[in-house]
Design a protein around this ligand. Structure first.
Ligand SMILES: [Zn+2]
Length: 436
């Protein structure tokens, strides 16, 4: 495929009027549909609904069936649109929802991925004189670390490949190489700041201006910072830019300085938000994020259901770009809870708990109740279980979320260990026993 990955052109694309942006996306969608039709899954899908890829445009894209992770788990190789000799990187999904899926990247797909991150970093104000400490792994078949790395290189910025963990090593690199930004999981970046402070370093004077975060939300649905987000900005005296992506999408969103959603890259994706019936919702309404990544060669997807809940903002952004932005992830569809008529997501409980300084770790256990409601059990880890008032925590949750789940207080280390043991690459915070 022909490479058209130029930054200047991409910037002018973002400054065009929304109608012009859509018009420019049409030929990109056409090419993507033709590529997808080379994969057995989509060839069969088009044959099954008696439709030719040429008949699909942006305005009738929603007439195509959705693609789910379940479809991929059944037969991942049916999604391959190029022969296996074209695959150069074999990525695996994190497997947090089911078994990991193989997502093969071609050399072209890796260039496209680098372009995606170049645009994301550019939007976050990263320039060629920046150096970023990458506290995310590049190995273990994980794609995000590689995406950040290649994106920084493409932008001409410097990347310090530190990887996750070991605050002492991170501080050695900060002191020696003077990065201007950090890339990592919010709770770890906060841990690094706390470790630094207790070992005689001053995070506020460390020269860190930007924090590119992944994996945990740092904003509420209204885009205000969560307690974790606030603490993180305060600890480093830096600005947070939250990013969101999925391995299957080969595409990611990242916030700009406006901090009002991650920008959709119009040459690389079409984003929809749908309700529980699969119908589109209006701008600013939460629903499931559905993405059609454009221009993917090896593993092209159409209308992929991410299973994540967020809202799409379509008004022009304060940063001057006209492109849509995806708001913070509000929860996962599979983790939606019904508690006595109230719908809530685990993330809402975790964010409420972040406001209580004594809560050092927490996870949820969910069981089905007899009245089609979910029994939510909140397990909280603290430093001194005997000194904690359960009623106060219960009142806090009731005030914020209008539910009063069962709460257990345990030793911080025990709770942490349970989450680490059950989790793979990430800590497990949601134990779902509803199907049992
Ligand atoms: Zn913006």
């Amino acid at each position: 495929m022909k490479n058209n990955f130029a930054l200047e052109q991409a910037i002018s694309f973002r400054q065009a009027a929304p109608a012009e942006i859509t018009a420019r996306q049409e030929p990109l969608l056409q090419a993507h549909l033709r590529q997808a039709a080379k994969a057995p899954f989509y060839r069969n899908l088009f044959a099954g609904i008696d439709c030719r890829p040429e008949e699909i445009t942006i305005s009738n894209l929603a007439s195509l069936p959705l693609t789910s992770r379940h479809d991929m788990e059944a037969a991942p190789e049916d999604f391959f649109a190029t022969p296996s000799e074209s695959h150069v990187d074999l990525a695996l999904t994190s497997g947090s929802t089911g078994s990991p899926i193989l997502v093969p990247y071609t050399a072209y797909d890796l260039e496209r991925l680098a372009f995606n991150e170049q645009l994301s970093f550019y939007g976050a104000g990263v320039r060629s004189n920046d150096r970023l400490l990458l506290c995310v792994t590049l190995d273990r078949c994980f794609i995000a670390g590689l995406a950040y790395y290649t994106g920084l290189i493409k932008l001409g910025a410097a990347c310090i490949r530190s990887g996750p963990g070991q605050p002492a090593r991170q501080w050695e690199l900060i002191n020696r190489l003077k990065p201007s930004g950090l890339i990592g999981v919010p709770s770890f970046l906060l841990k690094m700041a706390i470790w630094g402070k207790s070992h005689g370093y001053n995070p506020k004077k460390s020269g860190i201006e930007k924090l590119i975060t992944i994996g945990e939300p740092i904003r509420r649905p209204d885009n205000s910072l969560t307690p974790l987000g606030h603490e993180l900005e305060e600890a480093w005296q830096g600005r947070i830019f939250s990013s969101y992506g999925a391995t299957e999408l080969e595409t990611a969103f990242c916030e700009c300085k406006a901090g009002y959603g991650g920008h959709v890259h119009p040459e690389l994706m079409i984003t929809e938000i749908i309700d529980a019936q699969g119908m589109p919702v209006s701008a600013g309404t939460p629903g499931e994020v559905v993405v059609t990544p454009l221009g993917v060669e090896g593993f092209p997807l159409l209308r992929f259901r991410t299973g994540d809940i967020a809202r799409l903002h379509t008004t022009p952004c304060a940063c001057g770009w006209q492109t849509q932005r995806l708001g913070p992830i509000e929860g996962r569809l599979a983790q939606r809870l019904k508690v006595k008529g109230t719908t809530l997501y685990p993330e809402m409980i975790f964010q409420a708990l972040q406001e209580l300084p004594e809560v050092k770790a927490s996870y949820l256990e969910i069981k089905a109740a007899y009245d089609l409601s979910d029994d939510v059990h909140v397990v909280i880890g603290v430093d001194n279980p005997a000194g904690v008032e359960v009623n106060r925590i219960s009142d806090h949750l009731q005030a914020l979320l209008r539910v009063r789940p069962e709460i257990s207080i345990r030793n911080r280390g025990v709770v942490q260990e349970t989450m680490e043991k059950a989790g793979g690459r990430k800590l497990k915070r949601f134990f779902d026993f509803r199907g049992e």
